[in-house]
Design a protein around this ligand. Structure first.
Ligand SMILES: NC(=O)c1ccc[n+]([C@@H]2O[C@H](COP(=O)([O-])OP(=O)(O)OC[C@H]3O[C@@H](n4cnc5c(N)ncnc54)[C@H](OP(=O)(O)O)[C@@H]3O)[C@@H](O)[C@H]2O)c1
Length: 249
């Protein structure tokens, strides 16, 4: 079947690996890879060189609604339907942002940035892309969340901005699943936990996780696509782990 996919947050890490894994699938006609500056990403440049006709880089910042609108128009010039939309854009640390170990480290500007990317970002993507996901075929809108966002499972504390913005992201996806369930009945909306994956995002923190519980981005991408392949309408609104198991809120 002629299928189109877009990964938002494709320049590296899990998003970059998802782009490669999707291009390995014969049923996928076209993959769009979006990030703030896709052609500055060595990973995406290599993908583009290897697949000039099936891979399309798209410039988009999830915190900039105008850029999202522009990206939708760009995608529309090439297709009127998307079968898989994955939001992998997310931040844990960066300029002025670090996971807070204690209350004194809480910084309103860093919190606002975390919420802008991690929670409001997927909502704006849903707001502007959902029409491309409304068609007669099955479609999936997945957003990468994190197990540490669980309120019930929060025993260690700390990481206020990341935990809270990812918890908000889960609420965004659940709420989208209800509204879009009415407006795009073939669309499945899910939050997905990829496991601990060796990427730029996890590099400063992953050492506490045993080596056999840390995945390479390519393995994580394959595992996520296996989970996505098995999703049915009853899964819309769920939070699901890399092993296909539902994760309690
Ligand atoms: N790695 C893990 O162990 C782990 C565990 C649980 C959940 N997750 C989640 O999985 C997702 C992917 O993480 P990762 O480990 O692959 O991280 P990563 O390697 O740091 O990649 C993050 C991606 O997000 C994009 N991005 C950041 N800000 C953006 C913005 N404003 N607009 C558009 N794109 C933006 C980056 O692109 P540019 O900066 O080039 O724009 C990059 O492509 C995140 O949501 C993360 O929270 C990861």
């Amino acid at each position: 079947m002629d299928q189109h996919a877009i990964v938002v947050g494709a320049s590296r890490g899990i998003g970059g690996a998802l782009v490669r894994a999707l291009l390995d699938r014969v049923e996928i006609t076209q993959v769009f890879g979006a990030s703030r500056d896709p052609m500055a990403s060595p990973e995406l440049l290599a993908v583009h060189r290897g697949n000039p006709s099936r891979f399309q880089p798209v410039q988009l910042d999830v915190t900039d609604e105008k850029s999202i609108r522009r990206a939708v128009e760009e995608v529309r010039e090439r297709t009127d339907r998307i079968h898989l939309l994955l939001v992998t854009a997310g931040i844990l640390h960066g300029e002025g942002i670090a996971p807070e170990k204690r209350l004194e480290a809480v910084d309103p500007a860093a919190l606002q940035r975390s919420f802008a990317v991690n929670s409001i970002g997927p909502l704006l993507i849903g707001k502007h892309f959902w029409r491309l996901l409304r068609h007669h075929d099955r479609a999936v809108f997945g957003s990468l969340s994190a197990r540490v966002r669980s309120i019930g499972d929060n025993r260690a504390g700390g990481w206020y901005g990341y935990r809270a913005s990812k918890a908000a992201q889960n609420m965004v996806m659940k709420t989208l699943s209800i509204e879009l369930g009415r407006r795009a009945p073939n669309l499945i909306c899910v939050s997905l936990h990829p496991g601990t994956v060796e990427t730029h995002l996890s590099a400063p923190f992953g050492q506490g996780t045993p080596a056999d519980k840390r995945f390479s981005p390519d393995l994580a991408a394959r595992q996520l696509l296996t989970v996505i392949d098995r999703l049915g309408p009853e899964d819309s609104g769920a939070f699901i782990g890399w092993d296909g198991q539902p994760i309690p809120w």
